[in-house]
Design a protein around this ligand. Sequence first.
Ligand code: ADP
Length: 806
Amino acid sequence: MGSRGTIAYGETRRARLAGPLLAVAVLVVGVAVTLRTVGALHEDQRAAAARVMDQRTAVARAAVTAETGRYRDLMQAVAAGLGTNTHLTARDFAAATAPLDTAGLVGATSVAFLVATPTGDIEETERFWRSRGADGLTLQPRGTPDVHLFSIFQRTLNDSAPADSGLDVAAAPEGAAALLEARRTGRPTVSDAYVLLRDRTVPLVRRQLSFIFVAPVFAAPDADDELPRFQGWVAMGLRGQDFLGGVLGTASQGLLDGELYAIDGGGRRLKVASYDAPGRRDLVRQATFPVADRQWTLLTGADSHRLPGARNGTPATVLLGGTLLTIMLAILVWVLATGRSRARAQVLVATAELRSAEAESRRQAGLLGAIMASLGDGVGVVDENGAFLLHNPAAKALLGVPFDATSPGEWQEHYGIYRPDGRTPFPLAEMPLVRGLRGEVSDGVEMMIRNEQRPDGILLSVDGRPLDPSAGQHGAVAVFHDITALRRYENDLAVFAGVVAHDLKAPLAVIRGHCETAADELADAPESRETAEVGAALRRIMSAVDRMAALIDTLLAYTTSRDAPLKLRAVPLGPLVAEVVAQRTEHLRPGAGPPPDVYVGPLPEVRADPAMLRHVLDNLIGNALKYVPRGRAARIDVTAGPADEGWTRVEVADRGIGIPAEDKPAIFESFHRARTAEGYAGTGLGLAICRRIVERHGGTIGVADNPGGGTRFHFTLPVATAAPAGDEEALDRALAERAEAEAVAQPAVAGTARPPAIRPPCVEAPPAGPGTPAAAGPLAGPPVIRPAVAAATPRRTPGAGPAGTA
Ligand code: ADP
């Protein structure tokens, strides 16, 4: 058991650890897979973002390239247009550049026609171009270059502020270089970045780096062999910041940052413009492309989160979902794993408890079996159908036959169960086990067992009970023990007591007879002092003899009241009471004192042992006659009243001396006498005998004060009903001797010798009380026996006062 317990504990511990470990493993794997998936998604997204960025950058670069190419081409086209005019006027310029107004030239400030003029020719040049329509032209030479580069005609674009005509571009080396380069190469060109002359007056913060796109204007040669004649340039100013913002904003839809760098003639990289888009720049691309004869570099940047199609919430969703799923899975695994281990632990504990309970119940069963086997008394248990569940060896030994009767109906015949008379079959309904099945308790039920194995019969005393509900089974249990030897012994004892009583009383009778004879003879002798003394001595002897005889009777009655078998029969109470009263009062001499007043009410027929019941009545009525104040007449009421169903309550009330409260609890004990009984003869056994007899009849006895004075005894007895068949003649064969002995003893009890005047006669009767329904007034002479209301009560006419002893 111990090693099993250890193993079980080890298993339980391992099982308890397995659950959390499994859950942690699931958690780790789940989180790892989720992170990996999220990482892969991120990687994909980064690649997608790079792709999108590349596309966007390409678009932006293409847009910038296309726009610059277009500007250059437009310049070339305008230059070509102007070149066709041999006589170029302001009007021609306006016509040639008119389409530029609607060409959507982002960042363009103006387009101008420029000419080169040596310093000495300035005035002439001015006059010349005024004549060609440049009204108000004032050439504004700057510095002293070899040649001045004046703008002659111009068209303002994109609502820019019109610039002064006649500006000298030679003042801006970058512009001048571009013009000269274009003339030298005969092709359009673009300048290095610089602040346009027209912008040099605007505040610094708004000043931008710009370019000019330049195309040389060649007039067609006059003669076939001549080279094209250089006339001047068309140049368009382009503000870098406006250009980049416009082009990039449109091309990238505001998602790309941009920085435009131009490499100037000296090979330096110069930041021309920058454009900021919202967001954090985490993707950067760079593209270098030719613009005319220059290299421009476009640096683009973007926030990958803002690029459409590059980033979405999938990784975050996957991370959240995966984590949640993992946690749920881990919890599920933990619950399942630990639930299993918990259940397993519970099963192990329950199994261990079951085993110990089983061992305990086996031990208990063994113990019970041993107790049952060693019990001297027989024990039998039946189920609700009367089938024997259990019986012990003593039960079988007592009954002599095996317990194989299948139903209670067979018990009587099978086991040979009879009433104590040994002849009357025991009624099934009265059997203690059957009563137990009905839920009744029965104690000391006597039955005779006589069968093949027990031809002489044994007398059993059986106690029956319903089975305790804790047995979990409806049924009844009976315990029976053999009282055959006990009863035989009691019989022997009763016979012995009867014989002893008889043998003791015989010499007493002889002594009394001789005393009476001597007294009679003394009465005839002449009176003298001696004769008087002898007479007194004789009376004392006779009194002592009477007391001794009475004591013997009482002791015999005390014995028989306990041991003698009850011979139950229907007894009419009224005649029995009348007989007792008559006997108790027949020796009273008329005129000796106030006669007792006895009322006997209607009394029922009871079921009792008549001889024993007579003892009870004799004791109670005798006491009521005896315990009266001196000189008073006894007043007694014997009545019957209702009690529990099937029972009657008999009362014997008197107007005597009463019993002090402190004595009442003890007066039914043997030899107890109240202190008020001093001066009244008695043994203290009478009431003890009464209680024994009443209780053996199943009744109760008690005492109370009689309201108005005196005492009120009461006892209960079963009312005589239709007696069970065979009960009347139920005679206990085994106890026949005892019955005989009692028959011998009975006359001695009933016919107690009456002493001559023991008490002085009463002179006055006490007043009537509530307990005496028909109290009579003080009477001298015969005792009054009032007629009962219903029952015929004998009227007696005894002579003297109450009887002396009980
Ligand atoms: P006893 O032989 O003394 O009368 P009992 O057993 O008959 O013995 O009575 C016990 C005691 O109860 C008596 O001694 C007496 O004190 C008291 N007693 C019994 N009956 C009466 C009664 N009717 N009135 C007053 N006292 C009584």
